[in-house]
Design a protein around this ligand. Sequence first.
Ligand code: HEC
Length: 614
Amino acid sequence: MKHQAGLLWSMTVIILVISIETHAQQDGAALFETYCAICHEASGGDQALGPELSVLRQMTPEHILDVMDNGVMQSQARERTRTQRYILAEYLSGKSFGSVPPEPIPQAAYCDSGDMAQSQQAVLGAAWNGWGNNLQNTRLQDSVSAGITPENVGTLKLKWAFGYPRATSGGTQPVVVNGRLYVGNAVGDVFALDADTGCVHWRIEVEGGVRSAISIGSIGDNGKLIAFFGDQAANTYAVDVDTGEVIWKTRVDDHPRAVITGAPVLYDGRLFVPVSSREESQVRNPGYPCCQFRGSLLSIDTENGEVLWKTYTISEEAKPIGKSDTGTQLWGPSGDPIWNAPTVDLKRNLLYVGTGNNYSIPATNTSDAIIAFDIDTGEIRWVKQVAADDVWNSSCRAMGENPYLCPDVDAPDTDFGNSPLLVDVNGRDILYAGNKLGLVYAFDPDDEGNILWTESIGKGATSGGIMWGLASDGEKVYAGNNYFNTSEPESTGGVSAIDLVSGNTVWSVPALSCDGRDKCKPSHASALTAIPGVVFALTMDGRIRALSTADGSTLWEYDTARDFETVNSVKANGGSMSNAGVTIVDGVVYVNSGYSHHGAIIPGNVLLAFEIQR
Ligand code: HEC
């Protein structure tokens, strides 16, 4: 009897557990459909705005909950109850809370204390510093510093792999100075590693994710080296390179959705900080008073973090512009964010940036433009707009629900996501930038940005065309295409080389094949990197291509979309590659793999170092 009762009891428990589970799963699916799918599912040939379900499935419930509670989805999840957020987190990850063990960095992954002792006072020897590796943002490493040539690039072999704990996206452009590698990531960890072995000198946690690149420079009378960077909570930091101690922290914008995505650029005791925002993707809620954010550029004193000047891309503050059908107050003008690291022109004493679109009406003449600012005063010297009337926000994805919030569903959305390149072409300076329509532009810095030529590298789209950046070796400009459509493999991806003077395409190579690949997306979102003779491009499915700058032929190729054994014992895999490109210093190629943001298909958390065989 007793036995039978026990059996009955456990069967009831099993049935109860099953019914709770399926109930929760159903709820999760319904919650997702109602509140999240609009931006997290592809529709009508368009890529999803945020990561798709298959990508979210690879995250932990803890991470997804944190994204809703403290991260980028706060406003989307604000009206969901705590229980709903838990259910969503378990449903989307496909895992229960506590099932994935936390992965701290074990003590053994830290460098021996002796290595950390010497204080650093100057940048010595070969380095890659900041986003573009030089003030002109050409993303070129000279052959001596690179230590890699077209002849030996084919001998590159994996040297070490490092895993970012808890992360689903790899990090910023790795920066290598004095034998140390500095890198941040989207969960807000910043690391100083030994570039040779990958051991950890220090790790700090900052408020927001770090997306672009760290710049190393000195402050104070003794020239102490400091790491400068910005985060997704719109803070700029100065951190001691020896200890990771925060020397100062300055918030650069009061808008709650303001972010720093483009890398702050260091020059002559000042840090030039580009400001963008996520307000554009918050506009799904019909009660959202769209929109008030304006892009801006700041000059900050590196000694103390004080703001020397701040110039908005839109001179006037947003004003009330009427009400939506549901009575929500709307605002404008807004938008024109800066997503890219500014480019410094010492000859003309100017800074150049590219801007994105307006979020609300009225349209301004500073959207989708190259803007030149005076270095010392921040005054705008000239604006070259390439596409007018580009007013778009994410409510355009939910047409019919609240059309007033979307001024123009067909707006071109042709942001300049990447930094302009200033190149000396036979003694004449020319500025190059690419946009999401897949167009490369040459601008004349001596003639207020007058367009010298335009060349198409292929099809563009909201998430297509040229995303994070061009590279140039002073002979050609190289561009990768992020256009992707499974029904148009011939238009997908590809890398092009364009003559700097004529604007003619010298060569172009198609996307890598999808044959035999389970997860395939061979388009190019990441910034390119060049060394004399070789250009490096990364794919959204984790492949590294090293191409000959002479004819685009493949010199080396490597697939990072797999698991790696890491020097810090954190479980890690490679995957989609976007945003930062490769970093090359002293015969070693450093690259992040794994990405869970826009258009990514394989999240991951690995930093890889490849070395040539001498
Ligand atoms: C208005 C569009 C929109 C809606 C609605 C939306 N999201 Fe998102 N979501 C995005 C975008 C865009 C991103 C990518 C943000 C980025 O890369 O910074 C994102 C990213 C995410 C991420 C990954 C963030 C990371 O850093 O790893 C998670 C998790 C997520 N969303 C969950 C949700 C959930 C849960 C809901 C529903 C309650 C939701 N989202 C509703 C647009 C949306």
